[in-house]
Design a protein around this ligand. Structure first.
Ligand SMILES: [Zn+2]
Length: 150
């Protein structure tokens, strides 16, 4: 069974590679490269997979999930300028893809219960654009990495 919890935060960012010129950054990222930054109202959907407990009927304590999202994502990122105030975005370009990956990294270590696992992190940057980080993709990459290393 899949359980999804939603959270929202507002943050500013600018997408630019420091080694590239302003013109090259504008070519790459368009308006997103404006050096003064701009804001988004991000919508996060975190999906966990697990079996409902036979007694409580719950996959997991949803209050706890909300607290974890607050601690790991909303408190550190809400009303922040990501490039200046939130690591690793002082050195990693805060595109939607990279923000979603960072959220996955932060949540993964908090959802390490044998009863359930992190299945998907979906991050909407605007109402018509979102990115997904999926457990299966990461598992495939890990397997590929092992193959390449062997
Ligand atoms: Zn933007």
């Amino acid at each position: 069974m899949f359980v999804t919890r939603k959270a929202e935060f507002s943050a500013s960012h600018v997408c630019r590679v420091p080694e590239l010129s302003d013109a090259e950054n504008r070519e790459l990222y368009g308006e997103e490269a404006n050096p003064n930054g701009h804001g988004h109202n991000y919508v996060l959907e975190v999906t966990l997979e697990g079996e409902p407990d036979p007694v409580t009927g719950m996959v997991l304590d949803l209050k706890r999930v909300k607290e974890i999202l607050e601690e790991e994502v909303v408190e550190p990122m809400d009303h922040r300028f990501l490039n200046y105030e939130v690591t690793p975005f002082d050195r990693v370009v805060p595109t939607a893809a990279n923000i979603a990956r960072e959220i996955w990294r932060r949540l993964e270590k908090r959802f390490d219960d044998p009863q359930f696992r992190l299945e998907r992190v979906r991050l909407y940057e605007t109402s018509d654009l979102y990115v997904d980080v999926l457990a299966e993709d990461l598992a495939e990459k890990a397997a590929l990495g092992e193959e390449l290393a062997a």
